[in-house]
Design a protein around this ligand. Structure first.
Ligand code: ZN
Length: 387
């Protein structure tokens, strides 16, 4: 009996060591940064950056890895202290609940082994999260709520227009106050139950992408097997999201879903992290026709920083993608959608955002245009469209 207890004790210690080291290791492998800060930019670019009062990013998966976002991390791309260093006002934190093994851009099966299951166990989450996508989603929602809570008056969980107005007001006297929004990548998180929309809304979710890397109850993924449009469930869900005030995020959706959502939505859409086909002809990227339709819908397009969105993940390709949207439909439709911490290699972490200003300046963007891209567009979009 004693020996058995000792054995259990040893197992428990190994488990404790595991939950502290394994997720850290996986994250460091999955989210490399090409160059660590501090980053060098021209004096003019830094001066312009310092004049920006509202910098925003539409996509970040930092919640997935179980890192404490109240502390400055030694790895990964985003946490609250680094948001402050970069003077970022608003970050959209997105929840990944299932991700297929062998994940690729072309074709993934819904039935592939799920990589998030071992990560969930390695993070030390309870068995109730091992097999339930909605429970995983609610755990990440609660984690964000707790990180915000831990900051006292220095952070605001943005769920309404009033919250955003409070953030803008608070930052007039204290730029340390940051805002966090919450989204979901992939409607499979609802497990096919429409009532779960109300559940995640209550948990603070204000944006959902119908599909992530595989086809689900909503319809086809850009990287799935059927490339289908919205199912009946998907259509019902989009209408309910419109009523509740949850934005539809068309990143990762099949072209047919993009069309179907734009045909039925009563609200403007978000493409939270994408590239454009004119710069990189990848199947997750937007064609010119899609960009024009999204602009006509009053939507907003976040340009991502990683390879399958912009090609080699370097500043010039990010800038070229931003410039393409501006030239095609106007600067008011383009924003930052980094995909930080989204299992991607990026050229710089969030403290490197002044490099974007440098790149935009060198490409002939005016200060007004740079202000718009760096966050003003996101601010105006949510002021207009958040309920
Ligand atoms: Zn993504």
């Amino acid at each position: 009996m004693k020996k058995f207890l000792l054995f259990l004790g040893i197992l428990f210690v190994i488990y404790l060591i595991g939950i502290n080291t394994v997720p850290r290791y996986i994250e460091s492998e999955r989210n490399p940064v090409k160059a660590l800060g501090p980053y060098q930019v021209s004096q003019e670019a830094q001066a312009l950056y310092d004049r920006l009062d509202f910098i925003a990013d539409l996509h970040c998966d930092a919640l997935l890895w179980g890192r404490n976002l109240n502390k400055r991390g030694e790895q990964g791309h985003v946490d609250f202290p680094r948001m402050r260093e970069a003077n970022v006002a608003l970050e959209m934190f997105t929840i990944v609940s299932k991700s297929p093994a062998g994940q690729n851009m072309q074709s993934n099966s819904e039935d592939a082994f799920d990589n998030i299951t071992p990560l969930t166990i390695a993070k030390g989450e309870g068995p109730w999260n091992w097999f339930s996508l909605v429970n995983r989603t609610l755990s990440q929602s609660e984690a964000l709520a707790e990180f915000v809570e831990n900051e006292g008056e220095k952070a605001i969980f943005i769920k309404s227009k009033a919250d955003l107005e409070n953030l803008i007001e608070a930052r007039k006297s204290d730029q340390e106050v940051i805002g966090a929004m919450l989204g979901i990548e992939g409607g499979h998180a609802l497990e096919g139950n429409i009532e779960n929309l109300d559940v995640v809304y209550s948990a603070g979710v204000r944006m959902i992408g119908p599909t992530h890397f595989f086809d689900n109850e909503f319809g086809g993924s850009a990287h799935g097997e059927n490339l289908a449009g919205l199912t009946e469930f998907g259509k019902t869900a989009v209408k309910r999201m419109n009523e509740l005030g949850i934005f539809v995020d068309l990143a990762h959706s099949s072209p047919a879903i993009v069309d179907d959502v734009l045909a039925i939505t009563s609200e403007p859409v978000i493409i939270s992290h994408t590239g454009v086909r004119a710069v990189l002809d990848s199947q997750r990227n937007l064609s010119d026709a899609q960009i024009q339709k999204i602009a006509a819908n009053g939507g907003i397009i976040g340009i991502a920083f990683f390879d399958m969105a912009v090609g080699t993940p370097e500043l010039p390709n990010i800038i070229a993608s931003i410039k393409h949207v501006r030239d095609l439909v106007g600067v008011q439709y383009v924003a930052l959608g980094s995909d930080y911490d989204g299992s991607v290699a990026v050229p710089f972490d969030i403290t490197g955002l002044p490099l974007i200003v440098d790149g935009l300046m060198n490409t002939g963007f005016s200060e007004e245009e740079i202000r718009a891209v760096m966050g003003e567009n996101v601010k105006q979009f949510f002021l207009k469209n958040l309920k």
